[in-house]
Design a binder for this molecule. Structure first.
Ligand code: GDP
Length: 361
């Protein structure tokens, strides 16, 4: 079994990393202020330059129309860049150890020669105006790693907005040479379903409890998981973790076989003691082999893109109507008519659209 001692690695390369991070920060500051053309940004991204990548992501997160144009050029150019990436979604309740796990998992991967990007999806970031997942104190070791790129959650006006920005960020990161993309999310609202719809592999982090493992687990989350990793399997917790492993394995067997032909796995790990981490990566590599052989990998990515397109059409149509000047006025009239039972709700909705387009029958 391969064992990697990350803390030793860390101390022996600390100086190089500190230098890397300080030159990276000063470069970001410089680039942030400059108005850089799309061509320059693209060149920087293709060269794997983190400051250019960060600036490009800021552009696609912006709501300014002129940034939108530029961001679109970038996405289109980056889409054609083929990269043998694996996109991994990671979820779990706050406190389960997501950031500790990603720190150790990501560092393990960079030591194995991979380039790792960490993106976060935190639907609460819009409300709190500060993302919990973007906290600067998290993943300090990985943040200093020249082969890792960390980006906090975009704040969007809607989950759809956050989804778009994250998907586009994935494309830019891949074009910059990052071949393992970790998309982290918390179990809030629809965020897990959304992350599941943009990744190849979905990992659920769990804690072992006192025999109540299956309680409190959100409906649907077990079906989405390709693997469950029971974290904090260390110290006095090891026996409980083993029991949880058995219980989750049993529960997973009750679900119908997955479309991808993969049987979900349950593993134990400790982010603290850095055990079980390489095994999780080996399992994911096994998954990739299997779904690339059976054709699911490519089909799934194509389907994800098609669904994204269809969802976007729906969203844009909605926006198109909501933005029409007369919309609010006619909607208010119809609402009143519905309240007074002068018109059926369905007919009122049809009438509203008819009066906005003049086309619907
Ligand atoms: P997150 O909220 O899911 O990102 O969780 P954190 O990574 O911030 O971890 C929450 C707490 O659990 C912290 O105090 C960590 O030090 C601790 N923790 C994380 N992983 C482990 C582990 O493998 N074993 C133990 N014993 N503690 C851990």
């Amino acid at each position: 079994m391969k064992t990697l001692y990350l803390s030793g690695y860390h101390s022996s390369t600390t100086l190089a990393k500190e230098q890397h991070i300080s030159s990276h920060i000063s470069k970001i500051k410089k680039i942030r202020k400059q108005d850089i053309s799309a061509e320059q940004l693209l060149q920087g991204i293709f060269e794997g330059d983190k400051a250019h990548l960060a600036k490009a992501i800021t552009l696609l997160e912006s709501s300014k129309p002129e940034h939108f144009q530029k961001a679109n050029i970038l996405i289109e150019q980056c889409l054609s860049k083929k990269n043998n990436s694996i996109r991994i979604g990671i979820t779990g309740v706050p406190g389960v150890g997501k950031s500790s796990f990603i720190e150790v998992f990501g560092s393990t991967l960079t030591q194995l020669g991979e380039k790792v990007a960490v993106l976060a999806v935190d639907p609460t970031s819009t409300l709190s105006k500060g993302s919990i997942l973007g906290d600067k104190t998290r993943m300090q070791m990985l943040a200093k790693d020249p082969n890792a790129f960390i980006r906090p959650s975009p704040s969007g006006d809607s989950l759809g907005g956050v989804a778009r920005k994250t998907r586009e960020s994935i494309i830019l990161c891949e074009a910059a040479g990052y071949n393992v993309i970790l998309v982290e999310t918390v179990g809030v609202g629809q965020s897990e379903t959304m992350v599941h719809s943009m990744v190849d592999f979905f990992l659920l982090l769990k804690l072992s409890g006192a025999g109540d493992e299956l309680q409190g687990i959100k409906r649907g989350i077990m079906e989405m998981a390709d693997a469950i990793a029971i974290n904090k399997a260390d110290g006095g917790n090891i026996e409980k973790a083993k029991l949880a492993e058995v219980e989750f394995s049993r529960a997973l067997h009750l679900y119908p076989p997955k479309e991808n032909g993969w049987s979900p796995k349950v593993l134990r790990c400790s982010a603290l003691e850095q055990t079980g981490i390489v095994e999780i990566w080996q399992m994911i590599e096994g998954f990739v082999d299997q779904v690339k052989t059976n054709g699911y990998f490519d089909d799934n990515r194509k389907n994800q893109n098609k669904n994204w397109f269809l969802q976007t059409v729906d969203e844009l149509l909605k926006l198109h109507f909501h933005q029409k000047k007369a919309f609010e006025k006619i909607q208010a009239e119809m609402l009143k008519a519905v309240e007074q039972q002068k018109i059926s709700p369905f007919y009122a909705a049809k009438k509203l659209l008819e009066s906005l387009t003049g086309e619907l029958k």
